[in-house]
Design a protein around this ligand. Sequence first.
Ligand SMILES: *Cc1c(COP(=O)(O)O)cnc(C)c1O
Length: 218
Amino acid sequence: MIAASIQAIEQKIKDRARLIAVTKTKPVAMLQEAYDAGARLFGENKVQEMAEKQLQLPDDIEWHLIGHLQRNKVKYIAPFVSLIHSIDSLKLLQEVNKQALKNNRVIDCLLQIHIADEETKFGMLAEEAEAFLRSETLNDLLNTRIIGLMGLATNTNDEEQVRREFRELKQLFDRLATIRTAQVQFSELSMGMSGDYEIALEEGSTLIRVGSAIFGAR
Ligand SMILES: *Cc1c(COP(=O)(O)O)cnc(C)c1O
């Protein structure tokens, strides 16, 4: 079941993007099953859960933190996290930089952009993101690299609205990708979940984050 779902999604991707298997709330045995089916990118939204699972699974997994991240918890994932999708403030990025330095690594990050027509979702506005990427302060954060953007579309059945939101995010991505410094090097656009990843792929996603379509409802 898990293996068949992963294969079906990979066939739809057709090399356009990479699949992040979103494993939050799911037991380690199910993650192992996904791993055995070939999945290597895993996404979690809680720091402690991700750290516990990481200890129990093979070392060649790329761990993606896709949920809201509190500054005081960065230290628990800094030794191993592969990509943090949810940077939404300079203070958070500074803490990631500090913990990355302690671990003698460079941690890749995405800026989370608010694209949904919903008040509850986290993320920066387009203008904030641009000012952020152009700020001189970033040049001091030698142990972080911002490699793109992440967004969540509105949770709606209106496919045209979802498409519009993804298209806007892709346009912002293309515009901001022209900013290139040692700390800013865009290559990844993280958008699309179980309900909307096919639209996201059509609109230029490079990383889709799919949970329930692989592992069943949470
Ligand atoms: C849970 C989650 C997903 C996956 O959601 P599904 O609808 O189960 O595919 C993707 N992105 C984020 C940020 C999430 O929290």
